[in-house]
Ligand binder design. Structure first.
Ligand SMILES: Nc1ncnc2c1ncn2[C@@H]1O[C@H](COP(=O)(O)OP(=O)(O)OP(=O)(O)O)[C@@H](O)[C@H]1O
Length: 642
């Protein structure tokens, strides 16, 4: 037996048998037991030593470590994600690809495979230590043991805030910022009492004075003597991603505990909430983030409270919802009749006065149809009829009954949800396409871009056929120009929230229904619609998963240059060249849309050079369908209730 043990000691690579060291120990105990019965001196002591539970545990740990060292798999490489990306780039750059290469591309782009590779890299790069056994019970708990913590400061802040107990004058660590220097050291915790900084006793000092002592040394080692907190709070670190629905600036928030530790954000920013331990102040990172260090932001409840206070502190203003963007005043436009008319509206011919007015203004073009209602390769471009467009512009009605729900971002509802929970979503190739919704100020070019996109590939891109209560004309077909319905049916659809948006124009109702969009999507096509601001909420649903593209006007000087030969569709059913006032109105309308809806835009295209904008639009639409994006969590795991 002894020989066997010696062999083990001498040869560290000695392979322990099935039972391992545990077995060896049992044998030793057995031998010692026999020695005890022979009454050999000291054998009893040795016996109790070897049978003690702590030694057994220690040996088990040793065995685990041996097994860990022997069996731990070593990765072939730790950058599988990078390699797959490189492979995709290389394959893409090939002039022509074999079927196998295409298949490989498809596989490598699969979200599950990418997630697997990423998980592999995380594991491969991390040095996982074995789990250590728990600290034995019975250690003295009330001992005021001090700890000396040395942090090497570089240009980064320390990443901790302090507070003073006003009664005792003691200084405590108030908060440790996730990913900051203090956090990464693992040695400072919220609640630790600071006794000394760089040898200076800090009890009784004001927090600002303590900070001065810390800052006296801009780099090098800073030494803290602390009494560690006995019971550390449990950190609430569930992974949460949110989209900010409001702007926030810590510098302008007098209530933030430490403005320097705060993080500013803008509406639409995606934030990773890394710590929600404090009910009032969360810690978050802005994505994509290059910094390891998080910043303080108000929690949902706190931000909601702040917004409410701000809301009530504002002087009363007449309701300034997006709908109040006044369309061109009808009376003003009547004065503009002497402009050069290049196009007449389908409905314009119903009015005798207008017909006369048109006839008196040369040169005139009287297309039987709206110019956008064209036919490409036998495919009709639906949803471009002028009356529908003008109706939408004039429209104040939506599928939602009250203003609060109609202007989701601007008014009350953003107070309820200052952060919207989001998740990363990538459409599965077999799922329906995401709805593409274009939005922009009147005249900015939404319809021009939409039309050009559909013309690029009318077999793939489609508009939704609108509904109307207007009677069909001789050349019009049901389901091509419009779905012609009775007012009763239309009202019923409104009542049942089946319209994304609807409105009235010259006594007739017009609207884009969810069914019309669904009909396009069910045929495997990409449905491209333009929406008014009040339809934003209606397209942001689990079913449609709209990708909202905002078309932004370029600066005024560029509008003047690029729109020299363009015509604005006025409220008077004529097209005329753009005037400076039109550009100003466009900018104002754009500004309002941006200030109220920016956080809902998945993509912004500045419509400067038309060709560039078309390329940007096409790229955005492809990305919307094929690449991962942040979407509301409720789209992926729908919640019950409103
Ligand atoms: N980038 C551009 N450069 C030059 N002209 C443009 C550009 N974008 C659009 N246009 C022209 O501007 C005019 C208005 O565009 P369009 O009708 O698409 O506006 P819209 O945003 O759809 O407005 P509406 O609300 O009136 O439907 C059209 O004559 C169009 O050809």
């Amino acid at each position: 037996m002894r020989q066997a043990m010696e062999a083990e000691v001498l040869n560290p690579h000695f392979e322990l048998g099935e039972q391992g060291l545990h077995q060896v120990l049992s044998d030793v105990i057995e031998e010692v037991r026999r020695s005890v019965s022979q009454d050999i001196d000291g054998a009893e002591i040795l016996h109790s030593l070897l049978t003690s539970s702590w030694l057994q545990s220690l040996l088990k740990v040793y065995e685990c470590l041996q097994r860990y060292l022997r069996d731990s798999p070593a990765p072939m490489l730790d950058y599988a994600s990078g390699l797959s990306l490189q492979l995709l780039i290389d394959l893409k750059s090939l002039p022509c690809c074999s079927e196998e290469a295409k298949e490989l591309c498809r596989l490598l782009r699969q979200p599950h495979l990418q997630a697997l590779l990423s998980a592999h890299d995380t594991v491969a790069q991390k040095d996982y230590e074995p789990v250590l056994p728990p600290i034995p019970d019975g250690l003295p708990g009330d001992e005021e043991a001090t700890r000396t913590v040395c942090l090497v400061k570089n240009k980064q802040p320390l990443g901790a805030t302090i507070k003073r107990n006003e009664i005792t004058g003691e200084i405590f660590v108030a908060r440790v910022i996730h990913g900051g220097l203090a956090d990464r050291s693992g040695l400072l915790h919220a609640g630790d009492r600071i006794i000394e900084v760089n040898g200076f006793p800090v009890d009784g000092m004001e927090p600002e004075q303590v900070i001065q002592v810390v800052q006296a040394r801009s780099h090098g080692t800073i030494m803290f003597k602390v009494i560690p907190i006995t019971e550390r709070p449990v950190h609430n670190q569930t992974m949460l991603y949110v989209r900010a629905m409001t702007d926030y600036s810590p510098q302008q928030d007098p209530t933030i505990p430490c403005a320097d530790a705060g993080m500013s954000f803008r509406r639409g920013d995606v934030l990773e909430i890394v710590d929600q331990t404090d009910a009032l102040w969360w810690q978050a990172k802005k994505l994509p983030s290059s910094s390891a260090c998080a910043g303080l932001i108000p929690s949902t409840n706190l931000l909601r409270r702040k917004q409410r206070e701000f809301w009530w502190s504002q002087p009363y203003q007449p309701h300034a919802c997006i709908q109040t963007l006044s369309p061109v005043d009808e009376e003003d436009d009547l004065m503009a009749i002497d402009e050069k008319c290049v196009e007449a509206d389908e409905e314009a011919f119903e009015s005798e006065e207008l017909r006369e007015a048109f006839l008196s203004v040369p040169p005139l073009v009287y297309p039987e149809e709206d110019d956008f209602s064209s036919n490409i390769e036998g495919i009709y471009l639906a949803g471009f009829r002028r009356s529908m467009r003008l109706c939408r512009r004039l429209s104040y009605g939506t599928a939602q009954p009250t203003c609060h729900t109609r202007c989701p971002s601007s008014c009350y509802s953003s107070l309820n949800t200052p952060y919207e929970e989001v998740v990363r979503y990538q459409r599965h190739p077999e799922n329906a396409h995401r709805l593409i919704a274009l939005l922009g100020a009147p005249g900015v070019g939404v319809n021009e871009l939409r039309r050009r996109l559909i013309e690029m590939n009318p077999n793939l891109f489609h508009g939704a056929v609108p509904h109307t209560t207007r009677a069909p004309r001789g050349y019009e077909e049901f389901g091509r120009e419009y779905y012609f319905t009775s007012r009763e049916v239309f009202d019923n659809m409104v009542y049942n929230n089946r319209f994304l948006e609807y409105g009235e124009y010259k006594g007739n109702l017009y609207g884009t229904s969810i069914e019309a969009v669904r009909e396009v999507l069910n045929r495997g096509k990409i449905c491209v619609v333009d929406i008014e601001p009040n339809a934003v909420q209606a397209v942001r649903t689990h079913e449609l998963k709209a990708f909202i593209i905002y078309v932004k006007p370029p600066p005024l000087e560029r509008l003047r240059v690029t729109r020299q030969d363009s015509y604005i569709t006025t409220n008077y059913y004529v097209n005329r060249p753009f005037k400076d006032e039109d550009f100003q109105e466009m900018e104002e309308a754009a500004w309002k849309m941006e200030s109220q809806l920016w956080h809902f835009f998945d993509q912004v295209i500045v419509n400067d050079e038309l060709q560039d904008s078309c390329v940007q639009l096409l790229t955005a639409v492809r990305k919307a369908q094929d690449e991962p994006h942040w979407v509301p969590a409720s789209w992926i795991r729908p919640t019950t209730g409103p």
